[in-house]
Design a protein around this ligand. Sequence first.
Ligand code: HSE
Length: 405
Amino acid sequence: MINVAILGYGTVGSGVYEVIKTNNAIINKKAGQEVNIKYVLDLRDFPGDPVEDVLVHDYDTILNDDEVEVIAEVMGGVEPAYTFVKSALMKGKSVCTSNKELVAKHGPELIEIAREHGRNFFFEASCGGGIPIIRPLIECITADDVQEIVGILNGTTNYILTKMSREGLAFDTVLKEAQDLGYAERNPAADIEGFDACRKIAILASVVYGKNVDFEDVYTEGITKITDVDFKYANKIGYSVKLFGKAMKTDGKIYAYVAPVMINQEHPLFAVNDVFNGIMVKGNVLGDVMFYGSGAGKLPTASAVVSDMVDAIKHLNDNVLIDWSSDKLELTDIKNSEKKFFVRMSGDADEQKAAVEKAFGSVEIIRLDDVSGEFAFITDSMTEGKYEEAAKAFENIITRIRIEM
Ligand code: HSE
């Protein structure tokens, strides 16, 4: 038998407890021994809940119990999670976490402490909810020079964008639904301003490229400026609007960004809707490989945490090498990256087309029957820097959305 503890009995923590209880026989078999939840830590009481039998309020009870070998940290936030996780690893316990804020900020240090103690720090659930992506990157895609990793990495915003596109619903209504379903972060800005996806692409890029991508270096734009009119244009031309997190190698340099993009049906991530996440990895010898599944929610996320716990039990005294050093990966400016742009402009298309084409080259004009006083166009492929230079000549640009091919 192996004793484990869960730090936090919120959405994910109660999910971890439920998954271990519900799939007990399968999990024990996969782990090779009986998994016993010895403690659950939370400041709150849960009268009438079976967790009461193992609930503790003092972290030291868990830290100082040498019988606890594996800990699931599912509290979220950097502190006290960082202090708890670091002290657990230093005591020679393995830790599995869903906490992307913790991993993005302290990942390399915690990986190193685990290595020094011959234990493991796993973080599968920090990216892509229930989708296995970290382990495939660490253990499977190891023969490739990865050219690109791109994904829809936030379930809440994908849920919002899908509902806005299909049902024409207002932003706030859909955000409330996502919160009620347990997808959203406590502070909704983390989802809708792109900060959550930014941490996830920083984690993924660090695991892929082996050096630390500081999430604060990642260019980040959220979805709050996307409107129903953008969707009218997108629907008319057969595009969808998605929040992408992307890291890409060009000429030996790596750039990363999070931003809303328009994609058409040819793009492998076009059909990733609702709370689902999709992640595509492009290897120089492998080609494209796709990962798809529930990107948020109690049980899918808990499933990933428990899978990590099973792996930690299987490798109890054997550190699994994670190639993510604390050396900083210097990102190149996204101004050097090349793409097409969808641009909405106020005024009359016929009057402005010549000036637009002088600045942006030949463009494809799009008009909406039920929206007057404006038009849109799609540019040819150009660098972000060139786009910005050309756009300076126009004060009547309403919005621009990047197009990914
Ligand atoms: N708020 C996050 C999301 C939860 O919507 O994707 C999963 O990380």
